[in-house]
Design a binder for this molecule. Structure first.
Ligand code: WTA
Length: 567
């Protein structure tokens, strides 16, 4: 029996109070995600159950029970409080996928502070813009990443503490640095959980848009309600499952479903802090007897490339359910997974902004390979006519994906950017910024984004951010960044550059440009190709027409060029 039972029945009888009741939450109560993910599970008598199996990149293994993560959350929360961190202060997590990342997430939330997870792969400039925007007060990091923080600390007046989790206490430290090592600390049995309410801020995730700097998506503690229920009904997690979410918590999937979802349900999860390789992933599933696996299309396409023979070399019989998120999941990948794993990857569609899954394939519901599925019960999802912003009722007609606001994990604003937040709403609908069709059975079929944002392997890259990094190089006059097709990542970043007078293209210059931007961008945002050109196509008003460069890369019709400068 699946947790959701019948999708149609759930739609008919839906209310978010189903989750509220299961979580013993009533309107007006205190709701704290840190407490729900650890203390409450212990109170239910599951303190000795494994919460986390962790495997590091050198192969070392660690195991934490729910009581261990409860104590660690207390100890970290207590330490932060002693440093002077208060509720709603922003605390950044800047770590690899080490246990401290997951444990600190709980600790920060327990004291009512706002947790700001960032990819440890970010270069110092990417880190700077996000810390600066959030006015971050403390950053929890590892020795190997502290150097990047040191480089920018002088420009961050709000940043008071750099907490290093793998540093011995007696070590001489630099300005604002403080050592915090869980193994050296006395575990704190009890702390006062900050009485956060439904609308108290919880998590701040940064996401890229087309223009401007990355936006801080602000979530609240009430988001737990829909993260809990989607985990239960879509991922179908049950008490004896062993769950593996492959996402890094620098990305929303790694927090909503890599921490909050499984732990609020008291489910055991595993984390592998290692780069991708098909062989090591299969070994990991076999070793920990993973039953439920949530991953992303790029990884799945890489597994396809690695071939079926490799699958047969491992015992993957523990798996009972697979799901995917982040980019379009091609029909071939779904069919392939049915063939080699004996079950399809269930595609789920959602966004940093939505905080939880919005359009999904559900266990037990017919899968149409290539379709994202149907809206989660209680979610009103439509496609809007791009001119009138009225819902399209005709099946098969393309429109803008939109949702009626009001689900529990909807973002509450973009940090310090209420204006951009407001732009996301039209006619009472939240505009997701994607295009889709809906067939006559109500299944959504993704078409593409409605803006220039590049989705490379599930990671959203702002062309603006890459262009800004490029033009800071002394030789670069102008740049334009678009996507180009790629077999595994669907699309990758391609940059076009014009040079300032007096510079010419040669190996040294190309190397210098690459090295320059590597320091500024995350590896995920790095251009796969840079093309040096004499001129960029522009409108008469001087705006670079990325659309034309994009069309050329994708072999598409160039369309209307009437405003082109060179006409
Ligand atoms: C894209 C990810 C097609 C989409 C949790 C969306 C998808 C953006 C799918 C959000 C899917 C996500 N099929 N496209 N199943 N899932 N996307 O904020 O463009 O990193 O708007 O959150 O990824 O990406 P984000």
């Amino acid at each position: 029996m699946t947790n959701i039972g019948s999708y149609d029945e759930r739609v008919k009888n839906f209310s978010w109070s189903i989750a509220e009741k299961e979580l013993d939450y009533k309107d007006g109560n205190i709701i704290n995600i840190g407490w729900y993910c650890s203390d409450r599970i212990c109170e239910q008598g599951k303190g000795d159950k494994t919460a986390l199996y962790h495997e590091g990149f050198t192969g070392e293994q660690r195991k934490y029970t729910f009581n261990d993560i409860r104590l660690a959350g207390n100890t970290i929360g207590n330490f932060l409080r002693k440093l002077g961190i208060e509720n709603e202060d922003r605390v950044c997590l800047f770590m690899d996928k080490i246990p401290e990342l997951y444990l600190s997430f709980l600790g920060v939330l327990k004291i009512g502070a706002i947790v700001q997870p960032l990819f440890s792969a970010f270069g110092d400039e990417s880190l700077y813009v996000r810390l600066e925007n959030a006015g971050t007060k403390a950053i929890i990091t590892q020795r190997k990443h502290a150097g990047k923080v040191r480089k920018i600390i002088d420009r961050l007046p709000d940043l008071e503490h750099i907490i290093i989790v793998d540093q011995k206490k007696d070590k001489a430290l630099k300005e604002k640095e403080v050592a915090f090592n869980l193994t050296e600390e006395e575990p704190v049995e009890k702390i006062d959980i900050y009485p956060t309410k439904a609308d108290s801020p919880s998590v701040l995730h940064y996401t890229s848009g087309t223009t401007g700097q990355p936006k801080g998506v602000r979530h609240v503690h009430y988001s737990l309600i829909s993260q809990y229920l989607t985990t239960k009904w879509v991922l179908d997690l049950k008490d004896d499952d062993i769950y593996w979410c492959t996402a890094d918590p620098g990305w929303v999937t790694g927090t909503s479903y890599g921490i909050i979802g499984p732990w609020s349900l008291g489910v055991t999860q595993c984390v592998l802090d290692k780069g991708f390789s098909a062989d090591s992933w299969y070994k990991f599933i076999d070793k920990y007897k993973v039953t439920m696996w949530y991953s992303a299309p790029t990884a799945i396409r890489s597994l396809m490339k690695a071939g079926e023979e490799l699958v047969k070399k491992h015992d993957l019989s523990s798996l009972r359910q697979l799901a995917s998120v982040g980019e379009p999941l091609n029909a071939e990948a779904v069919i392939w997974s049915e063939k080699v794993f004996g079950m399809p990857f269930l595609d789920t569609y959602w966004q940093t902004e939505t905080g939880c899954m919005m359009i999904c394939n559900y266990p037990g519901m017919k899968v149409k390979p290539g379709s994202m599925g149907k809206p989660f019960p209680g979610i009103e999802g439509v496609v809007l006519d791009p001119k009138s912003y009225e819902p399209i009722t005709e099946p098969g007609q393309a429109g803008l994906i939109a949702f009626k606001p009001g689900w529990p994990s909807m973002m509450t604003t973009y940090w310090n950017n209420e204006e951009k937040y407001k732009e996301k709403f039209v006619n009472g609908w939240y505009l997701a910024g994607d295009r889709s069709t809906i067939d006559k059975e109500g299944y959504f079929w993704f078409i593409g984004r409605d803006d220039d944002v590049i989705n490379t392997g599930g990671h959203l890259v702002s062309p603006f951010e890459v262009e800004s990094a490029l033009i800071e190089h002394e030789a670069v006059a102008e740049s334009a960044v678009v996507s180009k097709p790629d077999e595994v990542n669907m699309e990758v970043v391609k940059a076009f550059i014009t040079l300032k007078p007096g510079y010419e293209v040669n190996d040294d210059l190309e190397l210098s440009v690459m090295n320059f931007i590597r320091k500024k961008l995350s590896p995920l945002a790095m251009p796969q190709e840079i093309e040096y050109v004499e001129n960029l196509p522009k409108t008469r008003s001087g705006k670079i027409m990325r659309r034309i460069l994009h069309a050329k890369e994708w072999g598409e019709e160039i369309g209307d060029t009437s405003t082109l400068e060179d006409d």
